[in-house]
Write a protein that binds this ligand. Sequence first.
Ligand SMILES: O=c1ccn([C@@H]2O[C@H](COP(=O)(O)OP(=O)(O)O)[C@@H](O)[C@H]2O)c(=O)[nH]1
Ligand SMILES: O=C(O)[C@@H](COP(=O)(O)O)O[C@H]1O[C@H](CO)[C@@H](O)[C@H](O)[C@H]1O
Length: 323
Amino acid sequence: MRADVRNWFHRRTYRSRWSPAALAACKEDQTISVVLPALDEQDTVGAIVTTLKDAVVDEVPLVDELVVVDTGSTDDTVAVATEAGARVVSAGEIRPELGHRPGKGEALWKSQFVTSGDIVVFLDSDLIGVGPHYVAGLVGPLLDDPAVSFVKAFFDRPVNGEGSTQVGGGRVTELVARPLLNLYWPELSGVIQPLSGQCAGRRSTLERLPFASGYGVEIAMLLDALHLVGLDGIAQVDLGRLEQSSHQSVGDLGFMAATIMHTALRRSPVRQLVPSAADLTQFSRLDGRQEELVRPVPTAERPPARSVAAHHRRMASAGAEVS
Ligand SMILES: O=c1ccn([C@@H]2O[C@H](COP(=O)(O)OP(=O)(O)O)[C@@H](O)[C@H]2O)c(=O)[nH]1
Ligand SMILES: O=C(O)[C@@H](COP(=O)(O)O)O[C@H]1O[C@H](CO)[C@@H](O)[C@H](O)[C@H]1O
């Protein structure tokens, strides 16, 4: 690790040492939104919402709004999240005039139009054992130091589900994202979980970032935050152990990897060599026969929300019919 990165690592790597009560006492007039993107997460989203609503909304007024952005669940995610006390919105119904795309990144981008917190916390909704320290740990560095604009969480990544001691999750991180970052962005080589879906940022920063619509959203957010606020504007916090309810198949992680590679390389020194569109051809073998699966790699990105809002205001002032 380069000396400058080692220096960053020591200054900007935090433990989740803040209590929600202490943060609530010091946040003054700053407001905090927690956003959970969800696709078919009925088994886990309810416990996350209940835990956070009880601990950091009702008992301690740290969080001002808790929003689940559903991206087309076909299970009971919406009902479960609503029953648990979250405000649930469908990504497709947020600013419909802007169109709708599938994907996690679309949910995070559109969440900016239905939330108002000065600080926005993003948490995956497939996690097990989420505690208030997840929110306190992500918000702490932002309330602690005005020079920090974006915070990524890091944690143990067991791969065999609840109770497993075998660390190995984060396969796309270890096989794709980390090697790419070390190659083209060595200043980010100290980021322990660069793809973490557990992150937080100042709205004033997030609204100036483009959002990749699919699984490229995290790598894009990290690279674009580096460009916008510099390494010292980025921090990371240790959240201890993180359990996910399920782990994707290697084939699906391959599709995630292709999306992340494409999203990152379009920001790299070799961006000119990256095709604007690409397909991923994969194979599955059964009983001596293989089947082909060809999927287009999602490359769509949304512009910074700030530019959309400004355009909206210009249209409105020009008297154009805007919804
Ligand atoms: O099209 C999508 C894909 C994912 N997600 C959500 O994004 C988070 C992370 O997705 P996933 O679990 O698929 O990724 P992994 O955690 O396996 O990297 C979860 O809360 C998903 O419900 C979503 O809202 N829409
Ligand atoms: O870290 C990773 O390699 C991937 C896959 O994790 P697993 O191998 O399924 O534990 O998960 C991360 O990346 C996704 C894409 O950026 C994010 O959406 C997830 O939140 C994050 O956990």
